[in-house]
Design a protein around this ligand. Sequence first.
Ligand SMILES: [Zn+2]
Length: 386
Amino acid sequence: MFDLLIRGATLPDGRRNQDVAVRDGRIVDIALGIEGQAAEIIEAEGHLLSPPFVDPHFHMDATLSLGQPRMNLSGTLLEGIALWGELRPSLTREAVVERALRYCDLAVSKGLLAVRTHVDVSDPRLVTVEGLLEVRERVAPYLDLQLVAFPQDGYYRSPQVAAALSRALDMGVDVVGGIPHFERTMEDGRASIEALCRIAAERGLRVDMHCDETDDPLSRHVETLAAQTVRFGLQGRVAGSHLTSMHSMDNYYVSKLLPLVAEQDCVLDPWYAMGSGDMLDVAHMAVHATQMGSVADKKALFDAITVVPARLLGLTDYGLEPGCHADMVLLQARDTTEAIRLRPNRLKVIRRGKVIAETPPERSRLSLDGRPGAVDPSDYAPKAMS
Ligand SMILES: [Zn+2]
């Protein structure tokens, strides 16, 4: 007797007509035609069953605050940071919690069940940290939330930040953050990476730094981050986010940098979520913005919003395998390429074997020249010739 049986799903690796059996919150079998009774049966009808989406870079303390205290007129990162500085003194724990919970509802409805968010620790009141620690606990039954202690204005720029960051880690924040390119000098940036990696090593934590988020080709803190990662034995536990300076670097330097980063074993994340809560939007945008149009590229992009960030966050028992948590998303698409192209409805979002969100399939009813019909966007996927 199973708790849940999903019948006739297509899996991200292309296997078709697969049944997935769930018991006690875990996947117990995946095969063609599983026999047995189940308390609940979902007919997948050939739709894509994916592990849940994972967002490895978010700012949940600032989410849904657009327009407070005023709009970002230039649309630039620097005006955004300045605006956040204006809003920050008036933040309350209650407001942070309310906005974050509202965003988590949206995320879950999109099948996004794990998020790593930075939390600004620049204001020593730490209402952002208190708020998101409360949110992490409240959403835990349905969403894995990981918090990064993030010194938005720089680790060395104001004297109280180092103590506030340590206090945030004492309170239970999971990951050590940083922003070396925003320190006053290159040397301060280098020193901040060393200090923050040392803290992570001493506390046994992961590191996720905003690194070289600038057009300056000489912003090369990622090199220092990779070197300090090796020095402190943090391999596999460090992420450098944004790295936008890389597009301005000369090719010779990058050819030297990449093997160093490979030694660090980090995952580079050059994408923004743009606030829709839909990781398929991110992948869709990446197909165009990074010209990743090949079949293999699109497979890599689907991995980049599922299994790759799951590894980055260190999620355990994640995936579509027997023994894994029964966390899954049934999409109104026939395969992963269709999922990225259509950004389709999330028919079922399942957490630990229970359906926690549903969206009915999108179907248009037609009446053309008296000829009735219906259009299901997922029926337009290319079909393999038999
Ligand atoms: Zn960021």
